[in-house]
Each structure stands twice: as C-alpha cells, then as structure tokens.
Design a protein around this ligand. Structure first.
Ligand SMILES: C[S@@+](CC[C@H](N)C(=O)[O-])C[C@H]1O[C@@H](n2cnc3c(N)ncnc32)[C@H](O)[C@@H]1O
Length: 350
C-alpha cells in the first residue's frame, strides 16, 4: 500500500498528473492529426454521401479493413461522422474542425515524432508499415526519451518497487538510447544499492538506439546523475550498465537469470503476450517484473494506439486487465498497478 502512495506522490510531484486538462490536451492533439490526415486523403468529401467501409477501401485503394473499422468507430464516437442504414457512414456538419495543438507536456521533438507517425497512417492503410526509427530523426527520439514526460513516469515506476540491498541482476527490456537504464541506475545509485556485484543490462533491437546507448553511455548517465561530477562518474565505469542487441520476443539470456526485469514503454510496440512470456522465462523464481506504459481506456489512447500501429510489429495499446491475464498465463503472480501508467508483478516460485 505504501509503495502505491509513493508511486502516486512521485508522479504528482513531477507535475505530470497535476494538470487535469492533460488528457484532454493529448486527445485534442491526436484527434487533430487524425482529422487532418484523413481530410488530406479526401475522406470527408467522400463521406458527404453515405459510404460503407468497402466503398472507402475501394475509393482509396486501402487493404486493411480492421483499421478502417477502428477509424470509423473513433470518428463516430467523436461525432465527426454518423452511422447510416446498411453499414453506411456519413459526415456530420461540424461547427469547429479539430485542429492540431501541441500538448504543453510534449517537447517539440516529441510533437514532431508523433506527427510523422500520424502522417504515415494512409500508407499503413495500404499495407505498408514503417520501422520504428525509419524516417525519424534519432536526435528527436534522443531528446524525447530524456524529457520530463518519460522521466516522471519512469521515476514513478521505480517508487513502486522495494529494491533489496543485495547484489542482483537486472534487465531493462527495450532500453532505447539507454535513458531508462541510466535513470534506473541513478535511482539505485542514490539509494546506495549499486555494488560491484550488481549487474545491469539494457536490451535493445534498434541499431541506431543501441549505438547511442553504447557510445553515449556516460553522457546519458550523467544527464540523469548531474549532481556527480563527470570525473567521479567515470571512476565508476566498472559498474555501468551493459547493452546488448536483441528483441523481447527472443531474449538472449538463459532461463531464471534476472532478479528484476524492467520494461518502459515497450510492450505495445511488439507482441505483448509473447514478450511477457519471454520476460518471465529469464526472470528468477519470485523475481520482480515492473514497468510503465499507457493503457487503453481513455479516448486519446485509442487514437494514439492507432498511430502506433503504423510501426512494424506493434500491437498498440491494451488494457490493464489484458496485461494481468497475460502475465498470469505466462507464470506471473501478484499483478499490481499504481497510477494510470505503472505496473509490477512477480514470477511464481515454482
Ligand atoms: C518509447 S521507446 C522506450 C525506450 C526506453 N525503455 C525508455 O524508456 O527510454 C520504446 C523502445 O522499445 C523498443 N522495442 C520495440 N520493439 C521491441 C522488441 N520487440 N523488443 C525489445 N525492444 C523493443 C524500441 O526499439 C524502443 O527503443
């Protein structure tokens, strides 16, 4: 119970939960992109007359009926179009067209990243995926992954776990540029939990990200630990995190290797069920799995999730209930959530 309060307090103190209008800002932003992308495609002119999903597929040469239905559902729930008889859809005359407004919490770089993913939607509707970092400036991702938006959620997830002061092995799955690994390392360092026998690994499939994580390891660590002077930090090089290339779908470590497995904003970018099974495989019995990510529930997460599906291999967001079910199916127990974005569970003892 106490760790739940600590987790909430960490997130509230970061400012991320303070703004009641935050979710509304996300919603306005993602709806604005969706509307502008579909308008440019010609959807709203075409839907001046009632059309079925098949008509839309034929008109725009699309190949993905599931995604079309998902978009139509979103547009109906946003009162932009309405259902008509015989599986038809027709535009409603709206007073104010949705416009794209950057949420205050988004850095310019993060805003640009999501605009680019959103603009890839028409291509995706024609069956073409994009790779996670393809066509994106990796400097933008580097900047975004060090921004308060991610930092505050990660810090909250650390507060949910009671780390034992004994040597342990920890894996960060989907470690990106190493920001999550560095922030976690810093958290443990501040708590004086890092020792010579502590082993921390970051696992990342993307070469561009991995390159940054390896070659800017000390820079990223210093970013999260700027109270220590750089020369002092350099003396601790032997305890720094290690990085390895690999996917959550085939984790290149033996069964029962890690006491803790962390994953931040990664599960929705892959097959979450398979990834959870792999994560549990490499966790020691009774070991702890913890992390952070948004879950499907609020309207903005539906549109955000839709844009996520332009990325090759991405599942998109899912619910807390699904995470709990998949974790248990794969041998997890004690699944718990704190705040809208933090989770943890343990591996069964046998
Ligand atoms: C939003 S970034 C978060 C990175 C990092 N966890 C952090 O918090 O800074 C998502 C990361 O998940 C990685 N990812 C995507 N699919 C993955 C998979 N199948 N296995 C491992 N990582 C994956 C991406 O390459 C990317 O680095």
């Amino acid at each position: 119970m106490f760790s739940k309060i600590k987790t909430w307090r960490t997130l509230v103190n970061s400012g991320i939960m303070k703004k009641k209008e935050l979710q509304n800002e996300f919603h306005v932003f993602f709806l604005g992109i969706l509307y502008s992308v579909l308008k440019q495609e010609g959807w709203f002119d075409f839907l001046k007359t009632s059309r079925t999903p098949n008509d839309i597929m034929d008109q725009f040469h699309y190949s993905e009926p599931e995604l079309i239905n998902e978009i139509l559902d979103i547009l109906v729930s946003e009162n932009i179009i309405k259902k008509t008889p015989r599986n038809g859809y027709e535009v409603i005359n709206i007073e104010h067209e949705p416009v794209i407004v950057k949420p205050a919490l988004f850095s310019d770089t993060y805003y640009n990243l999501w605009k680019t993913y959103g603009e890839a939607l028409p291509n995706r509707l024609r069956g073409n995926f994009m790779k996670y970092t393809q066509g994106q400036n990796s400097g933008n991702w580097e900047d975004a992954l060090k921004s308060p938006f991610y930092n505050s959620m990660r810090e909250a997830s650390f507060a949910f776990v009671n780390f034992k002061k004994k040597p342990f092995r920890l894996l960060d799955v989907g470690s990106g540029i190493g920001a999550s690994t560095a922030q976690l390392w810093n958290h443990l360092y501040q708590k004086q939990i890092i020792s010579e026998e502590t082993i921390i690994y970051g696992l990342e499939p993307d070469e561009k990200f991995l390159h940054i994580a390896i070659h800017k390891n000390i820079e990223v660590l210093h970013f999260f630990n700027n109270k220590i002077n750089l020369d002092e930090l350099k003396k601790m090089q032997d305890f720094f995190p290690h990085f390895k290339q690999g996917s959550a779908l085939k984790i290149p470590f033996d069964d029962n290797t890690f006491d803790y497995v962390y994953t931040s904003h990664m599960l929705y970018l892959t097959d979450p069920r398979k990834a959870l099974a792999e994560i549990l495989r490499v966790t020691k019995p009774n070991g702890t799995i913890f992390g952070t990510q948004a879950f499907l529930s609020k309207p903005y997460t539906h549109i955000w999730s839709l844009f996520m599906k332009v990325i090759e291999g991405a599942n998109g967001y899912f619910t807390k209930k699904e995470l709990a079910q998949w974790a248990k199916e794969a041998g997890g127990k004690d699944v718990a959530f704190a705040t809208p974005v933090v989770f943890k569970f343990r591996k069964n003892s046998n």
